[in-house]
Ligand binder design. Structure first.
Ligand SMILES: CC(C)(COP(=O)(O)OP(=O)(O)OC[C@H]1O[C@@H](n2cnc3c(N)ncnc32)[C@H](O)[C@@H]1OP(=O)(O)O)[C@@H](O)C(=O)NCCC(=O)NCCS
Length: 173
C-alpha cells in the first residue's frame, strides 16, 4: 500500500479539463450550491466521512479538522443541498518547503455517497482552484493512495498527474 503525490499546474491542468468536458456548473446536480467552509461545519463533514467510510470517525480526526479550519491559510468549500452539506473540499497554501515556493494543496475531499458522480467533487475543486489562482498560486498538489482507484480517477479528471515527489516512509519499531 502506498500514497502517491499528485500535481497539477493550474494553467494547463484545469483549463484543459474544462475544454475537454461539459461545463461543471451545467453538469452539477440541480439544487446544489457552494460556499466557503467554516469550523462549525465539521459535524456535517464528519457525518459525510462516516457515510463514505461506513465507520465512525475518531474524535481526534474531527478535532484536527476543526482546529485546522481555524488556522490561517486553510481554505475550503462545501456543497449544500437544501441547507445540508453534501460535499466538502479542504486545502491550504503551504509556504516554502519540500523544495517548493508557495504551493496549493488539497488535503481532504469527500462527497456523500448519495450525491457521488453528479459533478459535486469537480465543482468544489474548481472553487478551490479559483481561490489559489487569485492568490497567484498555479501549482497544486495532493496525495492519494495508489490503491484507491476512484480517488486517482477523480484527481485525473480534474487535471492532476504524477508529481516530481516520491513519498518516503520509515516504520519505527
Ligand atoms: C472521489 C470523490 C471526491 C469525487 O466526487 P464526485 O462528486 O463523486 O465526483 P464527480 O461527479 O465530480 O466526478 C468527477 C470524475 O471523477 C471520477 N470519479 C468519481 N468517482 C469515481 C468512482 N467511484 N470511480 C471512478 N472514477 C470516479 C470520474 O472520472 C468522474 O468523471 P465522469 O463522471 O465524467 O466519469 C467522491 O466520489 C468521494 O468522496 N469518494 C469517496 C472517497 C473516499 O473513498 N474517501 C475515503 C478516504 S478519505
Amino acid at each position: 500500500m502506498g500514497i502517491a503525490v499528485g500535481f497539477m499546474h493550474l494553467r494547463s491542468g484545469w483549463e484543459n479539463m474544462l475544454r475537454s468536458s461539459a461545463s461543471t456548473e451545467k453538469r452539477m446536480a440541480k439544487g446544489i450550491r457552494t460556499r466557503s467552509v467554516r469550523a462549525d461545519d465539521v459535524p456535517q463533514i464528519v457525518a459525510i466521512q462516516e457515510s463514505i467510510r461506513q465507520k465512525k470517525v475518531s474524535r481526534k480526526w474531527a478535532q484536527m479538522v476543526e482546529g485546522y479550519l481555524r488556522e490561517q491559510d486553510k481554505v475550503g468549500f462545501v456543497a449544500l443541498r437544501g441547507g445540508r452539506i453534501v460535499g466538502f473540499i479542504i486545502g491550504e497554501i503551504k509556504g516554502e518547503g519540500f523544495g517548493l515556493e508557495q504551493s496549493g494543496w488539497i488535503n481532504w475531499v469527500g462527497v456523500h455517497p448519495r450525491e457521488m458522480g453528479a459533478g459535486i467533487g469537480q465543482a468544489l475543486a474548481k472553487k478551490l482552484f479559483e481561490f489559489f489562482k487569485k492568490k497567484g498560486i498555479l501549482d497544486v498538489y495532493t496525495a492519494v493512495r495508489w490503491d484507491a482507484p476512484d480517488m486517482v480517477s477523480f484527481f485525473k479528471s480534474i487535471g492532476f498527474d504524477r508529481s516530481t515527489f516520491i513519498n518516503l516512509r520509515k516504520h519505527l519499531d
